[in-house]
Design a binder for this molecule. Structure first.
Ligand SMILES: Cc1cc2nc3c(=O)[nH]c(=O)nc-3n(C[C@H](O)[C@H](O)[C@H](O)COP(=O)(O)O)c2cc1C
Ligand SMILES: Cc1ncc(COP(=O)(O)O)c(C=O)c1O
Length: 217
């Protein structure tokens, strides 16, 4: 398995590619929009790393559901492994592995829970099946069998008038959004002979000013 890069029509990535405020936002939104336009699978999927109380990292894929100058948002169960990690170590790294575009973007920074009203608005936009699924699953906790999980799902659906009912499914207390507030964002574009373009932007914690540097590949 050996694939060369630099032929995807990207190119031209350098510190000067980053414009606007905060400097990472415009380019990130442009690359994400390109992923959507090219119909790559799940362009908003990102691999999020958290660390447990002992400092051991864990990764998993989640969907990025909002991006703005404050950072990137995903939704999950607060009692999941990642939720428990974030309760004690509120930091994360997230990678968008846009391999079909020969690109990736990394974010690193502190993590906060988003406003409850924002979670509520997102919850209301989710399909009923996803709402019921969230209620039915005590995420990251063991269960004896698939049959038990399906029984839990049926019991939850019955509580709210059935899968196809119209009784509203309430937002569970243990489900909500997290925002990664980036202090470092790195853009990577594949190049020929492994001479890729990398630009890392770092936010000065005192001044809030972003500094963009080219890194060796
Ligand atoms: C493409 C994809 C998207 C996913 N999106 C989410 C998501 O947005 N939120 C979520 O809680 N889990 C999502 N998952 C499931 C997670 O990867 C993970 O299995 C789950 O959140 C439990 O992780 P944890 O035990 O590390 O907390 C997704 C999985 C895949 C493969
Ligand atoms: C367990 C879980 N929660 C939340 C999500 C986010 O998806 P949705 O678009 O339903 O909010 C996913 C997506 O795969 C998921 O698997």
């Amino acid at each position: 398995m050996r694939v060369g890069y630099g032929s995807a029509g990207g190119g031209g990535l350098g510190p000067e590619s980053l414009t606007g405020e905060p400097v990472w936002l415009d380019l990130f939104e442009r690359w994400l929009a390109e992923g959507v336009a090219r119909a790559i699978p799940e362009p908003n999927a990102m691999v999020v790393a958290t660390v447990d109380a002992a400092g051991v990292p864990a990764t998993r894929t989640v969907l990025c559901k909002a991006v703005d100058d404050r950072g990137i948002v995903f939704y999950t169960n607060h009692d999941s492994d990642k939720g428990r990690h974030l309760a004690t170590q509120p930091v994360a790294s997230a990678t968008f592995p846009w391999i079909a575009m020969e690109r990736q973007v990394h974010f690193r920074g502190p993590v906060v829970q988003i406003e409850r009203a924002e979670t509520q608005a997102y919850w209301a936009s989710r399909p009923r099946g996803s709402q019921l699924g969230a209620l039915a699953s005590t995420q990251s906790h063991p269960i004896a069998s698939r049959a038990d999980l399906e029984a839990q799902a049926r019991a939850v659906a019955d509580r709210f008038g059935g899968v196809d009912g119209d009784e509203p499914v309430p937002l569970p207390d243990n489900w909500g959004g997290y925002r990664i507030q980036p202090t470092t964002v790195e853009f990577w574009q594949g190049g020929a002979d492994r001479l890729h373009d990398r630009v890392r932007v770092v936010r000065d914690p005192d001044t809030g000013v972003w500094d963009a540097r080219r890194l060796q590949p």
